[in-house]
Ligand binder design. Structure first.
Ligand code: FES
Length: 169
């Protein structure tokens, strides 16, 4: 094999590996780039719309009680599984009068719990406390609990669910 042929083969082998490297690098860049671009554009392209969700029959709620109800999130992802289920605190104030609070604390989103004896909602994360009407009693929450509109529909209590804006710091 002549020296010239050998050099030519090395050159074409080098070009071949250069092209393979560029192709694989491009595929990797696309695979990494698509989810990043998708996550940036998703809130702009597809805004989840509020959805009425049933949370129970009217007769199953006692006047005066505040109970936890669960429902499917307004914008569940196809792979969410059981994590698509979320909760809210429903207060039956009268025969057909309800108030519904998001279960998420208005500070950083931890689930608040209702302490009936104290008539307060308590957040376990940073000591946020809310009164029965959802307003802030103590702690870092910058505002009261978020409300869901409530309606009665065919004997069911329904709440208008939508994504909860969580404070970012
Ligand atoms: S998340 Fe509730 S007080 Fe911080």
């Amino acid at each position: 094999m002549s020296e010239k042929t050998k050099t030519s083969e090395e050159c074409s082998r080098r070009q071949f590996f250069t092209h393979i490297s560029i192709a694989l690098g491009s595929i990797a860049a696309v695979m990494v780039g698509i989810p990043i671009v998708g996550s940036i554009l998703a809130p702009i392209v597809k805004k989840p719309r509020p959805i009425w969700r049933p949370v129970g029959e009217l007769k199953s709620f006692t006047v005066g009680d505040i109970v936890k109800v669960s429902f499917i999130d307004s914008s569940p992802l196809p792979w969410a599984g059981v994590t698509a289920e979320t909760a809210a605190w429903l207060h039956r104030k009268g025969q057909e009068e309800f108030t519904c609070f998001a279960v998420n604390c208005a500070h950083l989103g931890c689930p608040v719990r209702w302490v009936a004896g104290a008539k307060l909602f308590m957040c376990p994360c940073h000591g946020g406390v809310y009164y029965e009407d959802g307003s802030v009693a103590a702690g870092p929450p910058p505002r009261g609990l978020y409300n869901y509109p409530v309606r009665l529909h065919n004997g069911q209590v329904e709440i208008l669910t939508s994504p909860i804006p969580i404070t970012t710091i």
